[in-house]
Design a protein around this ligand. Structure first.
Ligand code: NAD
Length: 276
């Protein structure tokens, strides 16, 4: 297997570019799913307090045969736990459920502007990082104006922003804004929740390279410099989604995928108005 690529954050820590997403992975199957991913070569798992599977993720990592330090673990703060003290308590809860002394990356899951608490929440994140209990801190679903607020308050720039991003929703403006601030971009729902597998343009590129549509889409995220966390609970698909390091998309492939971009193709809620 070719070596898996990493992205180095502005704080000096690195993240494996491909990870396993475990949203909608029930607690009961989280451990075997994580073990299957680690056996396939994954070294990065993306969970969240809101996925209600942190115990299973922790158990999967402990029973994988690898050391904790060899796996990059991301978790996220539940929106209802925003606020300085509530964040401190919630973070303790996540560590306890994961059975870990630290996480590699802690994210504010959504800005939830209607709560008016994300700026205070970021101050708690800065403290958690100072204590070394999260190696790196970042955000998810933040617009550039949310980023400006928290950076203005603290001078601390998130290492990453995890946002909805797939070949038909490419978020170029967000990617540009992140580049200017030295923030890595991470793609959630990278396969469009599976919908893009049937896209004819992707299918054509897949045939050309002798790869599957999922592999082409994941490779597109890699070649675009994005961190990518495809989700599956099916061991054969988990393996397939990781066999992406032995080919590259060429300029014609990238140009064909660029044409799929459609600003109206958002699948999840708009972070400005998401009121959960
Ligand atoms: P995804 O785009 O990764 O698609 C997953 C679906 O695609 C699977 O359920 C399956 O139906 C299909 N699939 C996967 N591999 C396949 C293959 N090889 N062949 C055919 N079909 C395949 O969707 P997602 O789960 O929404 O996103 C991935 C991860 O992103 C999540 O698990 C989670 O970790 C993260 N996420 C974060 C946020 C956020 O707000 N930060 C929101 C949504 C998702």
């Amino acid at each position: 297997m070719a070596q898996q690529p990493i992205i180095t954050f502005h704080d000096g820590h690195s993240i494996p570019q491909v990870g396993l997403g475990v949203w909608q992975t029930p607690q009961e199957i989280a451990a075997p799913t994580v073990r299957a991913a680690i056996a396939a070569g994954y070294r990065h798992i993306d969970t969240a307090s809101g996925y209600d599977n942190e115990e299973g993720v922790g158990e999967g990592i402990r029973s994988s045969g690898l050391d904790r330090k060899d796996i990059f673990v991301t978790t996220k703060l539940r929106n209802t736990d925003q606020g300085y003290d509530a964040t401190m308590r919630a973070f303790e809860g996540s560590l306890r459920k994961l059975g870990m002394e630290y996480v590699d990356l802690y994210l504010i899951h959504w800005p939830s502007p209607h709560r008016g608490l994300y700026r205070e929440t970021w101050k708690a994140f800065v403290k958690i990082r100072e204590e070394g209990r999260a190696r790196s801190i970042g955000v998810s679903n933040f617009y550039p104006d949310h980023l400006e607020q928290i950076i203005g308050d603290t001078g601390v720039v998130p290492v990453i922003n995890q946002i909805e991003l797939h070949p038909d929703f490419q978020q170029q403006a967000a990617q540009e804004a992140h580049k200017k601030l030295n923030i890595a971009t991470e793609s959630w729902s990278p396969l469009g929740q599976g919908k893009l597998i049937a896209n004819p343009a992707i299918g054509e590129i897949a045939r050309k390279h002798g790869k599957t549509p999922a592999q082409v889409i994941i490779r597109w995220h890699i070649d675009s410099g994005l961190v990518v966390i495809p989700k599956s609970v099916t061991p054969s698909r988990i393996e397939e989604n990781f066999k992406v390091f032995d080919f590259k998309l060429d300029a014609a492939d990238m140009a064909a995928i660029a044409k799929l971009d459609d600003k109206s193709a958002r699948m999840g809620p708009d972070p400005y108005t998401a009121n959960f």
